[in-house]
Write a protein that binds this ligand. Structure first.
Ligand SMILES: *Cc1c(COP(=O)(O)O)cnc(C)c1O
Length: 488
């Protein structure tokens, strides 16, 4: 039965029903739209639902109940670091001292916000071993593009115009080649070895004077630490290229080892992954980019600087790779990440990686009988199964992901990385308790058993969600986002 308040908000609409009242007009004559030319004024009232405040509250509360987030349950979405977002972060980000600032305010009136920006950039430089950071890019992929723009400018400003190719491992996140293409660079793929790390022998013949640099992720998307970096760094630098570090997986090594010390020249960090700010469904995020000493002037404008009196100001460098955002990044996310770092403190930041690694290995070792583990050994913060160990049932990775929804879990990342046909990528993060992990392990084992004893129930899952299996391609390509589209 459909309850009245389960209906769509437009279907609840009753003419004349209101959920608000505005204060009486306090000035005589005139109206809000006086300055708007006659031909641009609306002739009829907009189509809006006429409902009470209570209807609106129920509408949004019911919608939120159909959603799933880290606040709802376990969210082992590999590569996304869905860790807990401490509530103190929200409190600080919502502080009126920051939220009431206008982005175009003179810098003298926004010293506090600039100080937060400056201090966070300095902390990121410290944990990554690089010289300087910009917080302006809005996401990881945006950071990649910014970093590659810096890489290109570095070569162009030296008059080295031939370097138009960038090397990307076959295990890379899809945004790596995409960012390189948006930046106008050609992509050259380097293969992985059977152990899942970059194949140095495959890399060597690719290196020549057309190579702008290499993009690497460490630990890589298989959750494996790249052990050949000193050699790769030597080879790429010798050929005149730069090393770019995709820092999306920094959670695994935070405070333990630093990309700058490994020889990387440029990197991005996903504040919304490693530094506990809420994300999902496309945003919001922030993708700070750091560079080694000697490349600072290439960072995007404006750059936040501090003078000898401790005052903060904005500087635009002529040689900069350009502008990448309207203002100074997603400030609410910067505020949350800064709070997170200060809350943990220098010592506790070093515990993040080891606990994330411990949790991932615990889940991996507990499940590797039921699920096929293509690369054995200790992983970092995440790992990849290649489907069920017993493939005879015909139950696929998609079926397993859908069945997990019935048990109240978010699905792991599936069919990525592309190195295996049935990839299931699991990242438990450090903030989950052993009890939660044990329950998840039990459910994963149960699903594996169902696949043998009752494969139909897995193949036809989910059974208990608000919507069943969607045509995901059509849903993504032609989403129906308005009431009118939905109804006709
Ligand atoms: C998440 C991720 C990205 C992209 O970051 P966004 O913030 O989603 O744009 C890039 N590389 C890796 C390895 C990632 O996990």
């Amino acid at each position: 039965m459909i309850r009245n308040y389960d209906k769509l908000i437009f279907e609840l609409s009753k003419e004349g029903r209101v959920g608000y009242s505005l204060p009486k007009k306090q000035v005589e004559g005139g109206c809000m739209c006086c300055g708007i030319p006659e031909n641009l004024r609306r002739e009829s009232a907009p189509l809006l639902p006429e409902v009470t405040e209570f209807d609106v509250v129920r509408h949004y509360t019911n919608l939120s109940n159909k959603n799933f987030g880290v606040d709802t349950g376990f969210y082992p979405l590999g590569s996304c670091t869905m860790k807990y977002n401490p509530r103190i972060n929200e409190e600080m980000a919502a502080h009126p001292a920051f939220t009431q600032l206008h982005p175009s305010m003179p810098t003298e009136c926004a010293q506090g916000a600039l100080e937060v920006y400056y201090n966070l950039a300095a902390s990121l430089a410290e944990v990554s071993g690089l010289a300087e950071f910009t917080l302006n890019p809005y996401a990881g992929a945006h950071g990649e593009l910014t970093g590659l723009m810096i890489m290109r400018q570095y070569h162009i400003q030296r008059g080295d115009l031939k370097r138009t190719k960038v090397i990307v491992p076959d295990s890379a996140h899809g945004t790596n080649p995409a960012s390189a293409a948006v930046c106008g660079l050609q992509i050259v793929e380097v293969k992985s070895t059977a152990n899942g790390t970059v194949d140095v022998e495959d890399l060597k013949p690719l290196l020549d004077d057309t190579i702008a640099g290499i993009m690497m992720t460490n630990p890589n998307t298989l959750g494996i630490f790249e052990t050949e970096i000193p050699e790769i760094s030597r080879l790429v630098h010798e050929c005149g290229g730069l090393l770019y570090y995709d820092g999306a997986n920094l959670n695994a090594v935070l405070g333990k080892c630093r990309p700058g010390d490994m020889g990387f020249d440029i990197m991005h960090i996903n504040l919304h992954k490693t530094f506990s700010t809420p994300h999902g469904g496309g945003g919001p995020g922030d993708g700070p980019v750091g560079v080694r000493a000697g490349l600072e002037h290439l960072l995007p404008n404006p750059q936040v600087k501090k003078d000898e009196n401790g005052r903060f100001y904005l500087q635009c460098d002529e040689k900069s790779a350009g502008y990448v955002s309207n203002f100074l990044g997603n400030f609410g996310i910067i505020m949350r990440a800064y709070t997170y770092i200060l809350t943990l403190g220098r010592e506790n930041v070093k515990m993040v990686g080891p606990l994330a690694v411990l949790n991932a290995n615990y889940v991996k070792e507990s499940l590797k009988g039921e699920y096929y583990l293509p690369i054995e050994g200790v992983c970092k913060h995440e790992f990849v199964f290649d489907g069920l160990a017993d493939k005879s049932t015909g139950v696929t990775t998609l079926d397993i992901a859908k069945r997990l929804l019935d048990y109240g879990y978010h699905a792991p990342t599936i069919y990525f990385p592309l190195l295996f046909h049935q990839s299931i990528m699991i990242e438990p993060t450090e903030t989950e308790s052993k009890e939660t992990l044990d329950e998840f392990i039990a459910v994963m084992k149960k699903v594996a058993q169902e696949a043998i004893e009752n494969p139909e129930i897995v193949k036809s899952a989910p059974h208990s969600t608000p919507v069943r299996r969607l045509d995901e391609t059509t849903a993504a390509r032609f989403p129906k986002t308005t009431y009118k589209q939905l109804k006709g």
